[in-house]
Design a binder for this molecule. Structure first.
Ligand SMILES: [Fe+2]
Length: 298
């Protein structure tokens, strides 16, 4: 079992590695003060890790390092031209997802959310989604290698449940802050007024959606690149066999209405033939656009 200290170590290493692998040209385009501050904080953090400083101090320092790393990304985004698109982020290896550190202390959201809940929620629950997703990805990789897809339905379910759990919690921790509350300003505030009438109406709708999720789940504010509007959705459990925070590139409709008139119950035959009509340039186009979104990898 990894200790929290180990996880900070791994995290610091991954940040350093991602930084080392950034293209020199991209690095030069980032504001020098941000780079200096980032490099200083990374060095300081590594020293603290070597000294085996208390978890509380590590959390505070991780938070400031995290924000500077965020600034690097923002700065890259604002400089983004063709050069950025050719700079690959370090992908998460198959079965290599990690628990991201909480960007604040466990007691930081008190009195609204108790430290005990935060610790349990992050260390136990989120960790178990990370572990479950890694396991499912490894098992699916194995199925591809051996050609034995007998348990594919099970592992796809596991990947969806745990993957959605991991990705949503990763968003959730950052969606909250000890300095949070109030109302949004700027572009988001404008869009909320446009799509929901007012902030109060949005808040009411979102709260009602959350209250009325059947059994367990989430309320989620989403941006639809398709309709160019904000929308509020519910997720039961985490998923319903999907993962939030991913972008569909290639989809195959296997409702009976898509094939029954022609193939009757031969779904397999329909799938086999369907590959003859896949429009790869379209998939490629969606892929290129999707890759422009650059979340930090976890
Ligand atoms: Fe949760």
């Amino acid at each position: 079992m990894e200790t929290y200290q180990d996880q900070f170590n791994v995290w610091a290493e991954s940040v350093e590695k991602a930084w080392d692998q950034l293209d020199e040209k991209v690095k030069q385009s980032i504001d020098e003060r941000i780079v200096q501050s980032f490099e200083g904080k990374l060095l300081g953090f590594k020293e603290l890790l070597e000294q085996r400083t208390s978890i509380e101090t590590l959390q505070i320092e991780a938070q400031t390092l995290y924000h500077t790393w965020e600034e690097i990304y923002q700065s890259m985004d604002s400089n983004r031209g063709n050069q950025m698109n050719s700079t690959p982020l370090q992908p998460v290896p198959i079965g290599g997802h990690r628990l991201p550190p909480l960007p604040y202390r466990y007691d930081a959201l008190e009195p609204y959310i108790a430290a005990e809940i935060m610790r349990l929620h992050h260390q136990e629950h989120h960790q178990s989604y990370v572990d479950g997703l890694n396991k499912a990805e490894k098992m699916m990789e194995q199925a591809r290698k051996t050609g034995d897809f007998n348990l594919i339905k099970h592992w796809e379910r596991e990947a969806a449940f745990n993957g959605a759990g991991h990705y949503l919690h990763t968003i959730f921790w950052n969606n909250m802050s000890p300095k949070g509350g109030g109302e949004p300003v700027g572009e988001l505030a404008h869009q909320i007024r446009k799509d929901f009438g007012s902030f109060q109406q949005f808040k009411k709708h979102f709260s009602e959606a959350a209250k009325n999720v059947e059994a367990v789940g989430w309320a989620i504010l989403v941006w639809s690149p398709r309709s160019h509007r904000l929308e509020i959705l519910q997720a039961e459990k985490h998923q319903n066999l999907s993962q939030w925070d991913v972008i569909p590139l290639l989809v195959l409709d296997v409702w009976e209405h898509a094939y029954y008139l022609q193939y009757k119950n031969e779904r397999k035959e329909y799938i086999k033939n369907w590959w003859n009509v896949v429009n790869w340039p379209d998939v490629n186009d969606r892929f290129k656009k999707a890759k422009e979104l650059r979340w930090r990898p976890y």
